[in-house]
Design a binder for this molecule. Structure first.
Ligand code: URA
Ligand code: CA
Length: 440
């Protein structure tokens, strides 16, 4: 087999075999296939596309290019959740304790990465002492005993994807559905879960801006998972404005605590119920959506989800008492109100701009060596549909630097747009995609 023939075959619109796709992935990962052939191949894939089978073969080859984790020592069906993009996404912090308290094991391997705010690990490190550097035995013991643990990503997961993604980034071949789906799924499948719930966001603040594209991406990912023997379901949700009210690390931890107390923002809680219900169904803890939602509401109302959160933080070295006293978390030096510049209704909040504004304050990493400022971020006081008058507070900036505060205010004001007319409320959940099709 040689790479020239494989490129030519795809360039001419033919369908590749499993062996041909494996040949490319193995050869590119070990360096025997050069970047110029891989680049030409990516461009051929981009224009000629891949069918379902080719997409599954590519995913499988990338998954098998590195370590595939084995979580079989953990009892029960392990369901993992993955969110595609989004701004200030607090769902993982809320979902973990809810799902665990309802009885399904949550065994999460998490990394840091770049972004508007830190990743889940950074947010959890808001609890002084908390660590994800735990041994494999501790990780397994914690999940078996309290159903919840988060550990630093170990092993070399899907190295082929790392290399291919970096190449796509510089050859204008990122935005192809099959390539995106196989990239995301290869990493998820390598991290060892038995079943996967995908939180596919759609709208101006999401990776996929159009609803139809989001459904298409979801279908491809669901097909890949199910083809590889891991039951996979996707929930399509709205990211036209940031979810919840907080964007920032400590701010989001506080928001998660409030949500687990049943006092959080409605949209965040609702999305957690929808995603959590699918997780409980896949882990066979609940038979249908109705039963699953009842169980999740119960663990919030009776306080057991919050108890699990505290136990989890404490077991991993964190100061769990902060959950009872969130006022003791460090606060930013400057707390500045942002005022409405128009009368009317809030028509739109550009999630990307809000995210960039939080990044500017230091809530996230611009490069992999950036140091995160845990206390800074943005609190959205008014959201889409709310009526405001000039001078009303629409948001609050938490900052440790005067110059950054100014820039952040400017950015945030650009993110808001106003209308004279009442804004019809938009849907939060657009539909669900599972192996039987999509339901809108
Ligand atoms: N995220 C990924 O991990 N891969 C892609 O290709 C796009 C987004
Ligand atoms: Ca949030």
């Amino acid at each position: 087999m040689n790479m020239y023939d494989i490129i030519l075959k795809k360039r001419n619109g033919q369908i590749l075999s499993k062996e041909e796709i494996n040949h490319f992935v193995t050869g590119f990962t070990d360096g025997s296939i050069p970047d110029y052939q891989a680049s030409a191949f990516m461009m051929a894939l981009f224009f000629q596309k891949m069918n379902e089978e080719e997409t599954v073969y590519l995913t499988e080859a990338m998954m098998n290019s590195g370590d595939v984790l084995d979580l079989s020592q953990i009892e029960g069906i392990k369901v993992d959740k993955h969110s595609t993009g989004g701004v200030g996404d607090t769902t993982t912090l809320v979902l973990g304790p809810m799902v665990a308290a309802a009885g399904a094991p949550v065994a999460k391997m998490s990394g840091r990465g770049l972004g508007h705010t830190g990743g889940t690990v950074d947010k959890l490190e808001s609890f002084p002492g908390f660590s994800v550097e735990i041994t494999n035995d501790e990780f397994i013991k914690n999940v078996n005993e309290i159903k919840l643990s988060v550990s630093a990503q170990t092993g070399d997961l899907a190295p082929a994807d790392k290399k291919i993604y970096a190449l796509r980034d510089v050859t204008a071949t990122v935005d192809n559905m099959s390539l995106i789906a196989s990239s995301i799924m290869s990493k998820k499948l390598a991290s060892g879960a038995d079943a996967i719930v995908l939180d596919v966001k759609t709208g101006s603040g999401a990776f996929m801006k159009e609803l139809d594209d989001s459904f298409e991406l979801a279908k491809i990912m669901v097909n890949i998972g199910n083809n590889m023997g891991r039951e996979t379901v996707a929930v399509i949700s709205n990211m036209d404005q940031p979810l919840g009210n907080m964007i920032g690390n400590i701010l989001e931890v506080k928001e998660a605590i409030e949500t687990l107390q049943g006092k959080g923002p409605e949209d965040l809680y609702e999305l957690c119920l929808s995603l959590g219900a699918q997780m409980l169904i896949l882990s066979k803890v609940a038979k249908d959506e109705e039963e699953a939602r009842e169980k999740l509401e119960e663990v919030v109302n009776n306080g057991s989800a919050l108890e699990i959160f505290k136990e989890f933080i404490t077991r991993q070295g964190g100061n769990g008492d902060l959950i009872d006293h969130p006022d003791l978390f460090p606060k930013a030096k400057y707390i500045v109100e942002v005022k409405a510049t128009n009368d009317g209704y809030i028509e739109h909040i550009e999630a990307d701009e809000v995210g960039m504004s939080a990044l500017e304050l230091g809530a996230g990493r611009q490069t992999k060596d950036s140091v995160i400022d845990l206390s800074v971020g943005i609190e959205l006081i008014k959201k889409v549909g709310d009526q405001v008058n000039i001078g009303d507070t629409i948001a609050i900036i938490h900052s440790n630097d005067e110059d950054k505060t100014k820039r952040s205010i400017e950015r945030l004001l650009k993110a808001y747009s106003f209308s004279d007319e009442k804004i019809p409320s938009s849907k939060l959940i657009y539909g669900i995609v599972n192996k039987d099709g999509d339901f809108r």
